[in-house]
Ligand binder design. Structure first.
Ligand code: MN3
Length: 214
């Protein structure tokens, strides 16, 4: 929904964003049951547990999610782990849903130029990204972010985000088993390869432009 506040700018109480497409829109790359569980159960749980974690912390309720995650040192220790995990879960998944659409596409414009400049070709870029996803031990994400002008690929564990270092990711893929297990079972490399077929490059180009403007 256009009038819903983006997760990074939300303050307590945090809210689950509505999916802008049907659960089966990304099938067969991501099956409908996985989408339903992933959005309605997993993401909802991150939102609920984030709200619970700061229900007693009035000072933290003043901060946006982006402010909380980029300044964890100033979150009291009793709430820090829960904010890191569930706040990260909320911001990562809120980004993730918007990076995908039925039919996908190909990069174009400035983001395509940057990929070719920094990785040689789109195919080489995808290979490096997929390798980072395969190598991430256990649960986590693979992110692309800008380091100055240069694009970087970085895998991170659990629900961590480059925001912990003050850097907003351009995009990322979820490599938790819950993201792919029903269709791909243990075959994470197959999921990583197939995922590119539902990536919305217009959405990524929009994020890239917005982040470059900062
Ligand atoms: Mn997930």
């Amino acid at each position: 929904m256009a009038d819903q506040i983006d997760a990074k700018d939300q303050r307590y109480p945090f809210e689950l964003p509505l999916l802008e497409y049907d659960f089966d829109a990304l099938a067969p790359v991501i099956d409908a049951k996985t989408m339903e569980l992933h959005h309605d159960k997993h993401h909802q749980a991150y939102v609920d547990n984030l709200n619970k974690a700061i229900v007693e912390h009035k000072d933290l309720q003043e901060k946006t999610l982006s402010e909380l995650l980029s300044d964890l040192d100033n979150v009291p220790e009793a709430a820090r782990g829960a904010v890191r995990n569930n706040g990260g879960g909320h911001i990562n998944h809120s980004m993730f849903w918007k990076l995908m659409k039925s039919g996908g596409g190909k990069p174009s414009g400035a983001i395509s130029d940057a990929i070719n400049r920094d990785f040689g070709s789109f195919d080489d870029f995808k290979t490096k990204f997929n390798e980072a996803g395969v190598k991430q031990f256990g649960s986590g994400w693979v992110f692309v972010y800008a380091d100055g002008d240069a694009l970087k690929i970085q895998s991170m564990p659990n629900q961590d985000t480059p925001l912990h270092k003050g850097v907003e990711p351009i995009f990322g893929n979820d490599v938790w088993e819950h993201a792919y297990y029903l269709t791909y079972n243990n075959r994470r490399p197959d999921y990583l390869k197939a995922w590119w077929d539902v990536v919305d490059w217009d959405a990524i180009a929009g994020r890239y432009e917005q982040l470059r403007g900062k």
